[in-house]
Every structure is written in C-alpha cells, then in structure tokens.
Design a protein around this ligand. Structure first.
Ligand SMILES: [Mg+2]
Length: 217
C-alpha cells in the first residue's frame, strides 16, 4: 500500500501534500478495537452475551469506517461508547474514562507510513489536517515536528483553505490525501485541489462508492 501511495504522491506536480491522519496514516480501527477490547473484557465478568453484542455492533460500526462512509470523529465515538456502556449496564463516564486511558496510550500507524512521510518531505512540503483534537499532538506519531503544519478545523474544507491562505497557494498546488470520500476528498475536489483516496482497509464497497461519486482511487 505504502509503495503505491508514494509513487502516486511523487507522480503529481503538487508542491504541498496535505495528509489526513485518522485512517490515512493512523490505523484508528485497530487503535479503537484494542482499547475497546481491554475495557469491555475488563467489565461485566460473566455477562458474555452482552459483551458479544457490543463487539457485534462495533464490527458493524467499523465496517462503515473502513468503507469510507463514516469517519470517526469524537462525537461519533462518544455516541458509540455511550451506547456500549448502556448495553453493558455501566456508567457512561466510567466507561469513557477507562476507554480513553487506553485509547490515548496507543498510537498505531500503518506500516511504512513514517518512512513515506520522510521520503516525500525531501521534495515536497508535507502538512497535516485533522478534526480530531487528540491528533493535534502529532509528536506521538513519531514524526518530526518541523516537517509539519497542523491545521485544526471542524470541517476539512476550512483546513484546506487555511493551508492555501497561509502559504499563498493555488488549489492545484495542493495534493490532498485522505481515506474518507465525503470528509476528505469531496471538499478537495470542490476546491480544485488534486486528491488521492487511500484504501488502507481494502474495502470493495469503498471502491464502489468512489466510483459512484466519481472520485478516482
Ligand atoms: Mg480519516
């Protein structure tokens, strides 16, 4: 995956590469599932059915994330965690607190991603956009801070505009790399930026959706 992505990034003449973090360089599904497993298994000893139900629901939710229909932002995550806590008959705040302590502890990036960023950074300017405030501390990813511009915004389109304004760039000088068709790619397309949709979870459904909405992969 990473080799192909590197080739695609290097093939464009865009001088700025704007990277999404969750699902693009960070394996948020694995991060989330690891934290959830620890928390749920720690709770509710002897209530196997409820635990099974939570993991079943979560698999469905993560399918939507992998297929690029949903991106996990904090609100959606909070909603899911609240739901799981209720199913398990636990206090929502207690559940979240425990989950967060594991979740914040773990940073799982896709294999080869750090090297990719370093390599691309030799010839292009690399910056990151994120709507997840936890990502703001990018040092945790093991990426050198000086190579990074961080722009935080509720909607990615504002983040892209900020990158353009701050660096006095035209849209076509920017390559947006993201995993979500609706949150990352469509706003980039709307602005006239170049874009690359990544498919780290190899979802057939995502390919179908990408075709449907005419965003090439
Ligand atoms: Mg993402």
């Amino acid at each position: 995956m990473v080799e192909k992505l590197k080739e695609a990034i290097m093939a464009t003449d865009a001088s700025y590469v704007v990277l999404d973090i969750d699902g693009t360089i960070k394996d948020l599904v694995k991060e989330h599932q690891t934290a959830l497993q620890v928390v749920v298994n720690g709770f509710n000893r002897g209530k196997k059915l409820r635990r099974k139900f939570v993991f079943f629901l979560d698999r469905i939710a993560m399918w939507f994330v992998k297929s690029g229909i949903l991106s996990t932002n904090r609100d959606r995550q909070e909603f899911l965690l609240g739901l799981y806590a209720i199913i398990l008959g636990k206090s929502i705040s207690e559940f979240r607190e425990l989950y967060d302590s594991f979740y914040n502890d773990k940073v799982i990036t896709f294999k080869g991603v750090r090297e990719l960023i370093e390599e691309v950074g030799k010839t292009k300017k690399v910056c990151f956009v994120t709507i997840n405030s936890q990502n703001y501390n990018i040092k945790k990813l093991g990426i050198k801070k000086e190579d990074i511009y961080c722009v935080k915004s509720k909607k990615k389109i504002y983040a892209y505009k900020t990158v353009m304004m701050m660096n006095d760039l035209d849209p076509e000088e920017i390559l947006v790399v993201g995993d979500n068709i609706f949150d990352d790619i469509r706003p980039a397309k709307k602005l006239g930026c170049k874009y690359l949709l990544v498919d780290n979870y190899k979802s057939k459904f995502k390919r179908f959706i990408a075709k449907l909405f005419k965003v090439g992969m």
